[in-house]
Design a protein around this ligand. Structure first.
Ligand code: BES
Ligand code: MN
Ligand code: MN
Length: 475
């Protein structure tokens, strides 16, 4: 096997090239949620295909049909990029998944620099997608490029599945993968995903669990158009008042979910799990300070970690149609759509959760006795995922981390969701591992998203060593 010191030096020497690669990726504003940027998602996929072709990969864009937006407009879905690198029958095949789309971002949201211009400050690379998930995808490319330049024989075949709709629920991806179960996916032995984060800022992790997501829209319509509150206030039943009341009934002041039938679905916590959580390196004060939160719901480490990973949570996200700008607009909105979601854990399923949520909201609406029009609709939910972290695949990941950082990783779960993870596990019937490279304070989805240069570079090393380790892995 290639000597780590040499590999490490080769990677270090290429730092400028690697940062430049990420810069070009971040420059394409591939926001999947915004119709106006859909074309950029297509461009991002084409651009990445060219990068993979330079490595000698055979690429194919799998067409993905159309998407109907809530307002009725029809958009083309970006294709899913399949790439194959190596087809040696004597080698095992690794599948790498990543996403090329990003969350929306604008300078006026409070960024300190243009979100689509990768900007270096204090050893950190700021830009939308820098950590979620363009940085990690580029790190895979960096790792393979380096091994090739060193003329190292990569001991496995590699397949990439890269999509452009992850941040919008991975629309169409499951269907495409199901169709390719017996072709593209048939020889996959392991799947690895680098699309999550370390639990802290210095200790690397491997993750074996994700929560699922169920997302809801509650629509209340009053009349045809917005009304002057001075002229019409006091004469109509206000939709905002109905909606705020409904949404206020979802959780109590402690954040406990009030929807009937939810808690009963959660798998009981075992004594073994509690022991596992106790061992995890996690500083509660650091966590609170990073968030600059006034107070956490509890100061108990195990409880906080379980609230993030092991129990469901409900978040209220926003209200479409409500006045949200600065200043005082005196208007009665004609139609408002409240948005909230639940993160779900084993043994909850989107189907059972949807039923509880819809029944509960209907019950509340009947109590409210409002004459307004009320509709609640779920968007496609995703299931939680759990993997066997005792599988040799995880040991290959752990060895790579040990080689680069000289320390064993923490084995963690994640509170976020990557809808396709379970699909890979179910279709291939093989082990799936999350191998994060970014730090806990990277602020994915938020203002000033970043990846540390050290994380990007060491991450590239970990991924390269992991590819080499897989040669000795008998999962
Ligand atoms: N990279 C995240 C998933 C993630 C978040 C992993 C936090 C670990 C911790 C992914 O890009 C993401 O944002 N997923 C969405 C999925 C949703 C749109 C279905 C999420 O979790 O909100
Ligand atoms: Mn992501
Ligand atoms: Mn994301």
């Amino acid at each position: 096997m290639v000597e780590f010191k040499k590999l490490s030096e080769c990677i270090e020497k290429k730092q400028e090239i690697f940062i430049d690669r990420l810069r070009r990726a971040v420059e394409i504003p591939s926001v999947s949620a915004e119709a106006g940027h859909r074309n950029d998602v297509f461009r991002m996929i084409d651009w990445t295909q060219k990068e993979l072709e330079k490595l000698g990969a055979t690429c194919e864009q799998i067409q993905n049909g159309k998407q109907e937006m809530p307002d009725g407009t029809i958009l083309d879905l970006p294709p899913v990029l399949f790439a194959t690198l190596g087809q040696d029958k004597s080698k095992k095949t690794l599948c790498i998944y990543g996403h090329l789309d990003v969350q929306p971002a604008a300078l006026c949201d409070g960024w300190d620099s243009d979100p689509f211009k990768l900007t270096e400050r204090d050893g950190k690379l700021y830009g939308r997608g820098s950590t979620d998930d363009k940085g990690p995808v580029m790190a895979w490319i960096n790792a393979i490029e380096t091994l090739q330049e060193m003329k190292v024989d990569i001991p496995i075949n590699i397949k990439f599945v890269l999509e452009g709709m992850e941040e919008s629920g991975s629309v169409g991806l499951d269907d495409i993968l199901i169709k390719h179960k017996d072709s593209f996916l048939s020889d996959v032995e392991f799947t690895c995903i680098s699309d999550s984060y370390w639990l802290g800022k210095s200790k690397p992790c491997l993750a074996y669990g994700l929560r699922g997501l169920c997302y809801y829209c509650v629509e209340i319509s009053v009349c045809q158009q917005d009304l002057h509150s001075g002229v019409f206030g006091g004469t109509v039943h206000e939709g905002m008042a109905d909606l705020c009341w409904l949404m206020s009934q979802l959780i109590d002041a402690e954040g406990t979910i009030k929807i009937d039938g939810i808690h009963e679905q959660v798998a009981p916590v075992t004594a073994e799990e509690i022991e596992l959580y106790k061992k995890i390196d996690f500083d509660i004060d650091d966590y609170r300070n990073d968030l600059k939160a006034h107070k956490l719901v509890t100061d108990d480490k195990v409880k906080i970690l379980m609230n993030r990973w092991r129990f469901p949570s409900l978040s209220i996200h926003g209200i479409e149609g409500a006045f949200a700008g600065p200043g005082a607009k005196t208007v009665i909105p004609a139609k408002v759509v409240g948005k909230f979601s639940l993160r779900i854990v084993p043994d909850m399923t989107p189907k059972a959760v949807d039923k509880c949520v819809i029944d509960y909201l209907n019950k509340l609406w009947a109590q409210r006795k409002s004459p307004n029009q009320f509709k609640v609709y779920p968007t496609k939910g995703s299931k939680p995922w759990l993997a066997d972290y005792k599988n040799p695949h995880y040991q290959a990941g752990a060895k790579a981390i040990k080689t680069v950082f000289g320390t064993e990783p923490d084995y963690i779960c994640e509170g976020g969701s990557i809808p396709v993870t379970l699909t890979f596990q179910e279709l291939t019937q093989k082990n799936v591992m999350l191998l994060p490279i970014g730090a806990c304070d990277d602020m994915a989805h938020s203002q000033n998203e970043k990846i540390n240069i050290t994380n990007y570079m060491d991450g590239t090393k970990v991924l390269a060593v992991y590819l080499m380790e897989l040669g000795n892995c008998s999962s």
